[in-house]
Unconditional design. Structure first.
Length: 740
């Protein structure tokens, strides 16, 4: 790339080592040794400007160690391998990074590509350097996994490394920059992959850290290698246009300088060249023509302090009229990565738009080097711990600005770095963003939106697809909760919700619900016991009830009913005693009607897990002490023995008419082994408006497979419809309800 096409390259210019081709390919060992000695001398000289002598010696030691370890290894370009770590270290000296980081940069590929272990590095160069090397090689390793999965993981690890030590990221970014600068030697497909990765991942990371010079160069190189043709065309056009621009730029520059001098403002004024990728993106993003984009002239004014920034702005607005609505005060409200400046668009001579940036020297340093400016521009006095504190504060402010910034959606979409390893961000249907702890489910989401939504949720759609409520949410998911008027929280949710809010709301609901539900069931059981004796609850006097409460040690009638509902007290016994207190003679026994039940699983009424009855199935109930009523299917094989031996314990029950609830049930499907069968079955089930909660499979036998589906259905009719639809699939051999 020509230097002209790449306007900003501060670290590169400061590098003691020119790009890798400066280290010639295979040569005589003597010549190579001489070359190395020369490089080391240059490095020492450069480090002398900012490091202490003993630190320079440590870096020199790492230099020799790495050169020796990589001896005999070559890059694809034919250059000795050591030219790469040396160039990476060179980039880092551009940011004035400390000796530990420089040693790690020199050694960053040693642990991976040679047989030297981390333990050796630890012993020889200290714990910090070894840890930095380890951090970098961990990031390297992740890249070699399959692309998509690897990337999410990649970001996470990057963050962990970053949280621990931002120098790992700086080394990794320098490593990527050098690889991008020497990308020509790779195969075109590899080149494109790396270029895309650079644009998608590394350039945005550099941007987040405020490393703008690096950010621009990574973008420029990424653009060049991802779209070589567009790059060439654009670069030619820019060169051709530059001649015409020179005159205009010179004129504006002189006008600004003269006016600032009149106002007695000391300032450095410079024209800004747009970089190609910026032009390209503006053309694409705003559908502008090349000349529309290029006809904007950029200027930067650097002054000594903040008040002068605003004075300068006033002067410029006096010189050229500002374009309304184009003024941005990034000093009062800095950008997410710490960037500060005043931006204004003015109408220059010949009516051309002029973009002005006004900032202080310090802001300029931060704008160019971001997080690295702490190393680069530290005052000679500040101790290292202070420096770490500053870096820490920087990262902290990034996180804070991020969570407060208005558009996390865009952030997630474009930046793809996980700055929050412990949180996920999801969208409500209205586009609002909720932050939930990692591992949170749709139920957590529902309770986060509103307690009522949580209490009534029955299903959810994630990214428009019906998904089980327990599915873990991922950042960027759009979540829609489906509620039903009569739905209640399911105790099973407690096993997977992540938020304290959801947990406590479910618990609270179940506790109050369980009492109410048990009391109602108790009431029904007592009514039935009265009916069995051909009398009614009206036959019992207030006095008899008082007596009964005393005997039970209960305060209210409801307490007694709850005990009956929970099976702690038997309804027939209670009723007989009540009648005895009042000396009422029980009438003739008559046939009892069934107890009506509602399918509130997990409450006082529980639907047996073995047969999973659904409304419409003939059912029978059993009161279990402390649990309440367990409802089984009439033909459940599990209860056959108990029903014949303890027939008296069983209770006739029937379904109460009810709508809006969903029940889980299982079916067994035997199907021929053919491609796409499972998809066909799943498709039919979805078409019949059901939701698959779980699929399992028996061992394949010969030509058939047995599949078990746990489905959500409204009732028996709904299930019959599903089964009928499945029978139409030619490969389905047999189909039945499944009982455990
Ligand atoms: Mn490397």
């Amino acid at each position: 790339m020509s230097a002209a096409a790449l306007p900003a390259s501060v670290p590169a210019a400061a590098s003691p080592v020119p790009p890798s081709h400066a280290v010639p390919g295979p040569q005589t060992p003597e010549a190579y040794q001489a070359e190395l000695a020369l490089q080391l001398e240059k490095l020492r000289e450069l480090l002398g400007t900012y490091l202490k002598p003993e630190d320079i010696d440590r870096v020199a030691d790492a230099f020799l160690f790495s050169a020796d370890a990589h001896k005999g290894q070559f890059r694809i370009s034919g250059a000795p391998y050591f030219s790469h770590p040396l160039a990476v270290a060179g980039i880092l000296t551009g940011w004035h990074l400390d000796a530990q980081a420089l040693c790690a940069a020199l050694l960053h590929d040693v642990a991976e590509d040679t047989d030297i272990t981390l333990a050796t590095l630890n012993e020889r160069f200290g714990k910090v350097t070894a840890e930095l090397v380890d951090g970098v090689s961990k990031l390297d390793k992740i890249e070699f996994q399959s692309v998509k999965v690897a990337q999410a993981e990649n970001f996470r690890k990057m963050l962990l490394a970053m949280a621990r030590d931002v120098r790992v990221i700086l080394i990794k970014l320098a490593d990527r920059l050098h690889n991008m600068r020497t990308l020509e030697t790779l195969r075109p497909d590899k080149r494109r992959r790396i270029a895309r990765e650079t644009l998608d991942i590394y350039a945005p990371i550099a941007n987040r850290l405020g490393l703008n010079t690096l950010y621009r160069e990574l973008q420029e190189l990424g653009f060049k290698h991802l779209y070589p043709l567009r790059y060439r065309v654009l670069s030619k056009a820019v060169k051709a246009a530059r001649g015409n621009r020179r005159e205009v730029v010179g004129k504006i520059l002189n006008n600004i300088k003269a006016r600032l001098a009149e106002a007695k403002i000391e300032a450095e004024v410079m024209g800004r060249e747009k970089h190609l990728y910026g032009i390209y993106r503006k053309m694409r993003g705003k559908s502008l023509s090349f000349s529309e984009v290029l006809d904007i002239y950029g200027f930067r004014v650097i002054v000594k302090d903040v008040p002068t920034c605003y004075l300068t702005l006033g002067v410029l607005h006096g010189l050229y009229k500002p374009v309304p609505g184009k003024f941005k005060d990034y000093i009062a409200i800095p950008k997410g990565n710490g960037y500060k400046s005043l931006h204004s668009t003015l109408i220059g001579p010949y009516g051309t738009p002029v973009e002005a940036q006004i900032r202080t020297t310090e802001m300029h340093h931060i704008a160019e080097a971001g997080v690295a400016s702490h190393w680069l521009y530290k005052d000679s006095g500040s101790a290292f711990s202070e420096l770490q504190q500053m870096t820490h504060n920087w990262l902290q402010s990034l996180l804070e600005l991020q969570s407060a910034s208005g558009d996390p959606a865009e952030f997630l979409e474009h930046v793809k770095i996980d700055l929050f390893p412990s949180e996920v961000f999801v969208f409500t249907p209205a586009g609002k963003i909720l932050s939930l702890p990692r591992g949170a489910t749709a139920v957590d989401f529902a309770y986060a939106v509103h307690t009522d939504i949580g209490n009534r949720c029955v299903a959810c759609r994630i990214n428009q697809e019906l998904t089980p409520l327990r599915a873990e949410l991922k950042s960027g998911d759009q979540v829609e909760i489906i509620v039903a008027a009569h739905a209640n929280p399911n105790p099973a949710w407690l096993s997977y919700v992540k938020t304290a809010r959801a947990r406590s709301q479910i618990r609270y609901f179940l506790k109050t619900m369980q009492q109410g539900e048990s009391a109602r069931l108790g009431e029904r059981l007592v009514q039935q016991a009265f009916a069995d004796l051909n009398t009614s609850v009206d036959a019992v006097s207030e006095a008899s009830w008082e007596k009964m409460l005393r005997e039970c040690g209960a305060k209210t009638r409801e307490e007694v009913m709850t005990d009956v509902g929970l099976g702690k007290r038997l309804a027939p016994v209670l009723v007989r005693r009540l009648l005895l207190f009042g000396d009422t003679q029980p009438g003739e026994a008559r046939a009892a009607g069934p107890v009506s039940i509602r399918g509130s699983e997990g409450m006082a009424v529980e639907l047996a897990r073995c047969c999973r009855p659904i409304p419409g199935d003939p059912v029978i109930g059993l009161i279990k002490k402390g649990q309440g009523l367990i409802v089984h299917a009439f033909d459940c094989p599990h209860i056959a023995k108990s029903r014949s031996q303890e027939a008296g314990k069983w209770l006739d029950v029937e379904w109460a008419p009810e709508s809006g609830r969903i029940f889980d049930t299982r079916i067994r499907v035997v199907a021929q082994n053919a491609p796409g069968v499972l998809a066909k079955i799943a498709g039919s089930i979805a078409e019949a408006d059901s939701n698959i909660l779980n699929v399992s499979m028996d061992e394949e036998r010969d030509t058939c497979t047995t599949l078990y589906f746990t489905l959500q259905v409204a009732d028996r009719v709904h299930l019959a419809n599903i089964m009928r639809a499945l029978r139409h699939i030619p490969e389905v051999v047999r189909i039945s309800r499944a009982r455990e």
